[in-house]
Design a binder for this molecule. Structure first.
Ligand SMILES: C[S@@+](CC[C@H](N)C(=O)[O-])C[C@H]1O[C@@H](n2cnc3c(N)ncnc32)[C@H](O)[C@@H]1O
Length: 176
């Protein structure tokens, strides 16, 4: 969910029954306001909760834009969880997603190679799922370089090798 941008883009591309979920109450407040402003309240249901919380439907499409770095510290609620994820987040996500996706559905994940750049050798949670479990297979993988950092930045320039990744997975029992 976050700002809700991905949910709103789904509506703009013809989806009329979208559910957006986030643990961050500020994201929920902001997304609700924006949803009303755009006039999408009939098409988008917004839920405050963890992963598929209080959501008992099966979907044709699940879009997941998780945080990109594994937490090495205790996470606080709020913006911390937009950047860092708990160790079990992806295991829980894929386990729950396999119960919430239709047989011919798609899971789209927007991720990054940032973890591998910042902490060399970090396990890539999507590759780990595909290599070690029999729940999903890869249908498509695209990646793109991110824009260069501002020249004024005082932070280390990770951006040179950073790529944003788009993964499309299908359930292993899919007919495709
Ligand atoms: C990378 S941000 C998504 C940004 C969003 N696509 C946007 O453009 O605004 C990741 C989001 O996932 C949420 N999040 C992290 N862990 C979560 C969980 N276990 N369940 C639901 N949402 C979670 C964070 O609060 C954050 O809003």
């Amino acid at each position: 969910m976050g700002s809700g941008i991905l949910s709103f883009q789904l509506v703009q591309n013809g989806f009329d029954n979208v559910i957006g979920i986030d643990t961050n109450v500020n994201a929920i407040i902001g997304a609700n306001l924006e949803c009303e402003r755009l006039g999408y309240s009939d098409c988008v249901k917004i839920i405050h909760g963890d992963l598929f919380a209080r959501c008992d439907v099966k979907a044709d499409l699940i879009v997941f834009n998780p945080p990109w770095l594994i937490a090495k510290h205790e996470l606080n609620e709020g913006i911390d969880k937009a950047i860092y994820y708990e160790k079990d987040l992806f295991t829980r996500f894929f386990g729950e997603a396999s119960n919430h996706i239709n047989k011919d559905g798609r899971i789209v994940i927007i991720f990054s190679n940032l973890a591998d750049i910042v902490h060399r050798g970090e396990i890539h949670p999507i590759k780990n799922e595909l290599d070690n479990y029999n729940r999903f297979k890869k249908e498509l993988y695209l990646h793109k370089n991110v824009k260069a950092s501002s020249k004024k930045t005082k932070r280390k320039n990770w951006r040179k090798n950073e790529k944003v990744e788009l993964w499309v997975l299908i359930p292993n029992n899919s007919v495709n």
